[in-house]
Design a protein around this ligand. Structure first.
Ligand code: IVH
Length: 671
């Protein structure tokens, strides 16, 4: 044992605090974890032997015992205010005009910082030692969460001694800031929970808030929270002349704060800061909910006063909402090319971060159960990384009475009655029974190249199998990437045949849109439906963005087809596929066919002598007519190849459909 345990303990405390500061605040560790752990162990054993040497700022004292009596209420030294929101330049200008009126002739210098999305907390240091941590509460009175905040590694238990800032180590120094959970820590935690089969946490803010209110500090210590300061208060206000000075002091005292904070002498600078962070903030380690703009000079700040809960001298700049609420109209399941069944939520269209969102992948049955999404629910939608819309959670209070939990297997049965599904061991997705990835892919590519679709006759079954087996084609778009030299490496191809195939594919880079849409292999989309869809929307982009209601509005398209189309385009894999086609220069073209038969609808029944059904359909379409599969209200002609059966005849009579024979039909085509 040490001859001078008190001296050794003090040295260890100081050194360990320094290491902790380097690691947690500067992110620049100077020793590895094992060295830290070993010195920490030594300090612990000295303290075990000499409990009288334990100080409250000892690194061994971060995690204390359970708070049996709950949290004590504490009145704040001054009210913890909130901020008014502004949304654009005009709002910011109006704010400055208001301040100019109150303080005429004053030049404002502005201070800007990132606004963190966490929970506010006030730390009281007495003579440099952490005394108390209090939540915002109702802005006047908060809860004493000191025991929990002590476990946050980047909250120093003692302020650092720094030249020029000594006065902050005497008397009371209050530091206010935000407790957050960093995105990486949140994701790592959820990953662990997923692996353990535990439900995932919804978002870092709620998790941070829930954690800080745990009564057992050991649980809090196990959750990686961080603190970032945004304010420094002293009884003597002139100790902190500007907000930028406060930030410099915070850094000197060993407190984490955003390095991004800046000052500007005019509004243009502020607006530039706003623009600059509009995208960049998504890469920050924590979630943000905008920016904070303040008057830098604290005397001016104080003079401007407070209205309600908000100081006049600061505003929160909010970027276009990345979240919105909408109604879950349906949950449809799409089958991907590997046979995986992916549920997709269909929404009432809603604008999130500038674009309209109408569906989001729900990934799998477990995710549906975790979110407990039900049809009719009000959902909170957000854009992950600002691109992919995701369903964050359900507003339970708004759930319609009688909304039933979504039964995934039941829905699969209903939507795909002729298929059976299984869930492979250890997987979360259901797959089509008896289908392996390549087999499904082979069929899909064959269909894409088939006569009714892109009509690439050299790309028949055997060639498709060869391309898929060789790994050259992993999705439909890949056929456009295949090169002659790649083909020549396969047994099947020689110089001429390889050249022919590559040319034939290249020849179909601008296919007719309806053929392309048909070729995608969307369930329930046959040639006529593809034509109907294309005629209604005109472009792939518009079709892609169509809502179920818009799809249902098209003549001849019912609920089942509409859902299937919407689900197909909502599947992220398919979205990626469409994008890939475009990247590869595949541009389907739309030609609205009009001709002598435009507006006339045909049904062919029985066998014709001079042409096949497909040829008849083709001719009708070329002349602008529509080929229907069954007699409906709007059928103009029923072409009878032979005798017409009773029910068809009845229908035709009821709808006033003209019944014509093959001769009359051929005449129509020739006119
Ligand atoms: S300055 C008078 N700066 O947002 C209040 N606040 O709506 C001055 N917040 O109460 C606050 N990041 O909880 C400031 N960089 C930041 C912030 C920030 C998050 C929170 C804080 C504040 C609330 C105001």
């Amino acid at each position: 044992m040490q001859s001078q345990p008190d001296k050794r303990a003090k040295e260890l405390r100081e050194l360990l605090s320094k290491f902790s500061y380097e690691y947690h605040v500067l992110d620049l560790p100077s020793v590895n974890d094992a060295v830290y752990d070993s010195l920490f162990g030594e300090l612990k054993s000295i303290e075990a032997e000499h409990p009288e040497l334990i100080t409250s700022d000892s690194p061994t004292q971060r995690v204390g015992g359970e708070l049996l009596g709950g949290f004590k209420k504490v009145t704040h030294s001054s009210r913890m205010l909130s901020l008014n929101d502004v949304f654009d330049r005009a709002d910011v200008e109006a704010w400055v005009v208001r301040m100019d009126k109150l303080l005429p002739g004053t030049r404002h210098e502005f201070f800007t910082d990132i606004k963190m999305d966490g929970l506010a907390c006030a730390l009281a240091y007495q003579d440099g030692v952490l005394q108390q941590a209090v939540t915002r509460g109702d802005s006047f009175v908060g809860e004493d969460v000191t025991a929990n905040v002590r476990t946050i590694k980047n909250v120093p238990l003692r302020l650092r001694d720094a030249e020029g800032f000594e006065k902050f180590l005497t008397g009371k120094t209050e530091i206010r800031g935000e407790i957050v959970m960093l995105k990486k820590d949140f994701n790592a935690l959820n990953k662990k929970r997923r692996a353990a089969g535990e439900p995932e946490f919804a978002n870092p803010r709620n998790l941070a808030a829930g954690t800080i209110r745990q009564l057992d500090p050991k649980l809090v210590a196990a959750r990686p929270l961080s603190f970032r300061a945004y304010d420094l208060l002293r009884d003597e206000p002139t100790d902190v002349p500007t907000n930028m000075f406060a930030y410099e002091a915070l850094s000197a005292l060993g407190i984490s704060r955003n390095q991004e904070a800046s000052t500007f002498t005019d509004l243009n600078g502020v607006m530039k800061f706003i623009d600059e962070w509009s995208d960049k903030r998504l890469d920050l380690p924590f979630n943000t909910d905008g920016l904070v703009v303040k008057v830098n000079d604290r005397a001016q700040f104080a003079k401007l006063g407070v209205v309600g809960k908000q100081p006049r001298a600061a505003v929160a700049y909010k970027y276009a909402a990345e979240q919105a609420t909408t109604i879950v109209k349906d949950i449809v399941i799409s089958i991907g090319r590997t046979g995986a069944a992916t549920p997709v939520a269909v929404f009432d269209p809603v604008v999130v971060a500038g674009t309209t969102v109408q569906h989001a992948s729900l990934h799998n049955a477990d995710e549906i159960a975790r979110l407990d999404v039900r049809i009719g629910d009000t959902a909170i939608i957000f854009k992950a990384g600002d691109i992919i819309p995701k369903l964050e959670s359900i507003v339970l209070e708004l759930r319609p009475k009688g909304a039933k939990p979504f039964d995934f297997l039941e829905a699969l049965k209903h939507q795909y009655p002729e298929l059976s599904f299984y869930r492979p061991d250890g997987e979360v997705v259901y797959r089509v029974e008896g289908v392996t990835g390549p087999l499904l892919l082979t069929k899909a590519v064959e269909h894409f190249a088939s006569k009714g679709a892109l009509d690439i006759d050299t790309l028949g079954e055997k060639n498709v199998i060869a391309l898929v087996d060789a790994g050259l084609v992993k999705d439909l778009a890949d056929i456009y990437t295949v090169t002659k030299s790649q083909l020549l490496e396969l047994d099947r191809f020689a110089d001429i045949s390889a050249g022919k195939l590559v040319d034939a594919i290249a020849d179909k880079k601008t296919p007719l849109l309806e053929r392309f849409v048909y070729g995608l292999g969307i369930r329930h989309v046959g040639t006529q439906t593809a034509i109907d869809l294309v005629n209604a929307f005109g472009t792939l982009e518009k079709l892609q963005a169509a809502t179920i209601d818009e799809l249902k509005d098209i003549d001849g398209i019912g609920e089942v087809v509409a859902e299937s189309v919407a689900a197909w385009f909502a599947d992220p894999d398919n979205e990626a596929l469409i994008f890939k086609f475009a990247e590869l220069g595949v541009k389907p073209v739309f030609e609205k066919k009009t001709g002598p038969l435009t507006g006339q609808n045909f049904v062919v029944t029985g066998t014709l002598e001079t042409l096949s059904r497909d040829e008849a359909a083709d001719k009708i379409r070329t002349l602008g007519g529509t080929f229907q599969s069954a007699v409906a209200k709007d059928t103009t002609y029923l072409v009878a190849g032979g005798k017409v059966g009773g029910s068809k005849l009845k229908k035709a009579e009821a709808y006033g459909t003209k019944i014509i024979d093959e001769q009359a039909f051929v005449k129509l085509l020739e006119e």
